[in-house]
Design a protein around this ligand. Structure first.
Ligand code: FAD
Length: 485
């Protein structure tokens, strides 16, 4: 099929105004928020290719027809939420067809009796949450990128919100879904409480990053907005004490809305002028919410656990300031100033958490004496914690910075695996994390490859992502990075 015929065929499905072929339009869709690609863009370089064409379906039936047409022509496609991903998941490697989901932006039903909400996958996160809040509800998924991401993107990347310690990550929030498979069939997972019918098909689709299915609709858990809330702030003597406090809270079965622990560097940057942190340099912010009686009881318990951990309670101003700007990106501000700033979020069991932090912190200066390393812990679970790390290299020529950036990634992901952790908590894998997927999943990666081969024998759904093979002739997804390593 010639490219003109192809464009005409897509236009028949979605309308000519929803097929974008102009170079400027295709360039807008050629990147997401992958920091490495942002660095390369400063030097005028593109990681990957432009998309061949951008198609904007308005219904699930249109997504299905677009996929059927692509499958018949053997054309690769990439579903696009709103390009807020930070691992290059939507970056084309061979002029793929980009399927922009953002016209599918409606809440289809709110079902208070079963505490469920059904929404189209392309709806913007902030608009979705605001619409629920107006009716007295929340879906409980509040990523820092709320304003710039879609509900479908959350599920596709297996994301985590700032209140995950209470509401769970998106995989705990998704109850049902509809998705289009590479052969054009529609898969439905009905929104039922639990099942014992073999492995979870839902969990195969959540986190698939567009490699196995295009999610068109999601049914999520719905919660009443909490009636009461109490914000607590503590200064702790050291990191192990803070981690121990969070572990105790989660293992006691409490349900804090927010838990945020900061290392000494991040504490210092947020607590200027507060004396409590001079002797106790580690900050913990803990927010309880829900029925007033439960909040009072949980707050009393947290205060007593904190006292036993050597904490003093102090003012909540740093937390209030964080909350006021909770959807703004500090990382991007550094990037815009010409620094090589990146963030890497991993998970580790409690028993290895302190050692993982110490190992990385000790090794960073050998890569560059002025490299910044800091961390906080804001997703906590009974079995362990997400360590959210910031790395930053000073302004310097790209030829010098990119190999150092690559070595920092190797260090952080490598030490995580060496400490038995997972290379990713909520940003997903995309393009950039592919090289670590075999180390992460082991034999599980063979299982993933077999599932991919079975569902997508032509390799047309987001090829080359999630550590899966690219198509023949595509740009080598890692060439650019490896050139600089
Ligand atoms: C400043 C900033 C802060 C962030 N904070 C968080 C955070 O707190 N928590 C968090 O989890 N993430 C965070 N992220 C990462 C990112 O916002 C999330 O991964 C988000 O879920 C991506 O949504 P999106 O709609 O923009 O998806 P995109 O970036 O468009 O796509 C991401 C991946 O999902 C696939 N995809 C998108 N839609 C679909 C669909 N309907 N069906 C199948 N596959 C699909 C794409 O092909 C791609 O592989 C942050 C990013 C930035 C820039």
């Amino acid at each position: 099929m010639s490219s003109e015929t192809r464009v005409a065929e897509f236009a028949k499905i979605v309308g000519a105004q929803n097929v974008l072929t102009a170079e400027d339009d295709r360039r807008r869709y050629a990147h997401d928020k992958l920091p490495y690609a942002n660095f390369r863009a400063r030097a005028g370089a593109l990681v990957g290719t432009l998309p061949g064409v951008v198609v904007r379906p308005g219904t699930a039936a249109e997504v299905q027809q677009v996929v059927q047409l692509a499958a018949e022509a053997g054309l690769p496609v990439i579903p696009y939420g709103s390009g807020s991903g930070v691992l290059g998941g939507t970056i084309p490697l061979g002029e793929e067809v980009l399927i922009d989901m953002q016209r599918m932006d409606r809440i289809l039903s709110v079902d208070p009796e079963n505490a469920l909400v059904t929404v189209e996958a392309g709806m913007n996160g902030e608009l979705f949450e605001e619409a629920l809040n107006k009716q007295g509800y929340t879906a409980g998924h509040l990523p820092q990128s709320l304003t710039i991401s879609t509900v479908g993107g959350w599920a596709a990347c297996r994301g985590g919100g700032q209140e995950s310690s209470r509401y769970g990550k998106i995989e705990d929030i998704v109850v049902g879904l509809k998705a289009v498979l590479p052969d054009g069939r529609i898969l439905e997972v009905r929104p039922l409480p639990k099942r014992a019918t073999g492995p979870s098909i839902r969990d195969l689709i959540v986190g698939n990053e567009g490699t196995l299915a295009i999610i068109t609709e999601l049914t999520l858990r719905l919660w009443k907005l909490p009636e009461a809330e109490e914000v607590l702030a503590f200064a702790l003597p050291d990191r192990p004490a803070a981690l121990g406090l969070a572990r105790r809270i989660m293992q006691a079965g409490l349900h804090p809305r927010i838990v945020r622990l900061y290392d000494e560097k991040e504490t210092a940057s947020r607590t200027e002028g507060i004396d409590a942190y001079r002797e106790r340099p580690v900050m913990a912010n803990i927010v309880l919410c829900g029925e007033p009686g439960l909040v009072a009881a949980e707050a009393a318990l947290v205060r007593s656990f904190a006292g036993e951990a050597g904490a003093v309670e102090t003012e909540t101003r740093p937390f209030d300031e964080w909350r006021a700007h909770r959807y703004k990106s500090i990382s991007q501000q550094w990037q815009e100033k010409g620094f090589y700033n990146d963030t890497i979020e991993v998970t580790v069991n409690w028993s290895r958490a302190a050692a993982l932090y110490d190992a990385i912190r000790a090794a960073v200066p050998a890569i560059h004496p002025d490299a910044h390393f800091s961390a906080h812990w804001s997703h906590v679970y009974p079995e362990g914690v997400c360590q959210y790390m910031t790395i930053r290299l000073p302004q310097m020529p790209q030829d010098e910075a990119l190999p150092l950036h690559a070595r920092l990634w190797e260090l952080l992901e490598g030490e995580t695996l060496a400490h038995g952790g997972s290379i990713a908590h909520h940003h997903g894998t995309g393009l950039f994390r592919g090289p670590w997927m075999d180390g992460e999943l082991g034999v599980g990666m063979d299982v993933l490859r077999a599932v991919k081969d079975a569902l997508d024998p032509q390799n047309i759904f987001n090829p080359g992502k999630l550590g899966l093979p690219p198509r023949a002739g595509a740009i080598d997804p890692y060439r650019d990075r490896m050139d600089h390593a």
